[in-house]
Design a protein around this ligand. Sequence first.
Ligand SMILES: *Cc1c(COP(=O)(O)O)cnc(C)c1O
Length: 375
Amino acid sequence: MNGLKSGRDSDVITVTSPLLPNLDEFHALLKQVWDSKWITNNGSFHKQLEQELAAYLKVPYVSLFTNGTLPLITALQAMHISGEVITTPYSFVATTHALWWNGIKPVFVDIDPATGNIDPDRIEEAITSKTSAIMPVHVYGKPCDTKRIQEIADKYGLRVIYDAAHAFGVEVNGESILNAGDLSTLSFHATKVYNTIEGGAMVMHDEQTKKRIDYLKNFGFAGETTVVGPGINSKVDEVRAAYGLLNLRQVDAAIEARHQTAIAYREALRPVNGITFFEDMPGVKHNYSYFPVFVNAEEYGMTRDELYFKMREQNILGRRYFYPLISTFSTYRGLESSRPENLPNAHKMAESVICLPMHHELSSEDIGRVLNCIV
Ligand SMILES: *Cc1c(COP(=O)(O)O)cnc(C)c1O
């Protein structure tokens, strides 16, 4: 992944820029870690970050992971998911890879063009006797229709695991979107709204599941000599936990800065023919993790790729998230559900999208340059 350089000393505007803790404050916490010599294995900052994240996110339990892919893989393991899982092709590849690593066959269902999320109306026709779960993604942090998805899951006895990598802090009518389904997973990668450099988490509803997941991320150890299952190693060290505690204190301000950027983008782009974007959804607390725009070449007078490369020439590094679709990658394109005729909306979105630069450090001059290039 690129887009990690902030470009402060050049005229490059990157798509994202990592939220970084104050170095002096970070140093003070590192001093505590050094003094204690407890550098990993459920240390005190690790425990504190799990508690503070649960409170901030308004969820009952959080288990930290070393990235956002391992909680997906572990969630499928923990729930003994097998056979086929219904998912979306319009996501980052890790969503489908997590299924593949568990020997599960992904079954792609088309998206709803109004949201970019899996279309609940298309899920039932994809269910077979082998289906055991649904793995939707809250793409760009826009909430899935969790109620409809749960109704379908209950009707057919399926599990629901949400890839909520984009949905940090997103709420619907005051309730966290992370409480939907059986389990949700987060990514705290440097490119995300909230980061611990590399990192991630799983959100669960009850203490027993939290315990089981904590065992599984520690090789399955439930005590010095007891191994309860085939676990993995995804333990977060104290250095990253300390970094995460400091970033949690400034994430609200970062989200508000993103919000202001979204307002400026929308105001300037609303009159532009052939450029569309998502509006805020009523009752939803958004995190403004991405700002995708969709190019209608005929109306705009330029194709998506022409605009994308024009931006690049001006050192404005947008990204075509999510292009190409996961279903077109060599591992997956042979699947029956990967046929383009099965996924017309996903193909259309993938071929028209550009995510504009969106992060907490964009200046009004940066925003002006991005808009000048498009308008
Ligand atoms: C970032 C991301 C992941 C993977 O997270 P990592 O922390 O990079 O492993 C998974 N799913 C989606 C939708 C993502 O955007």
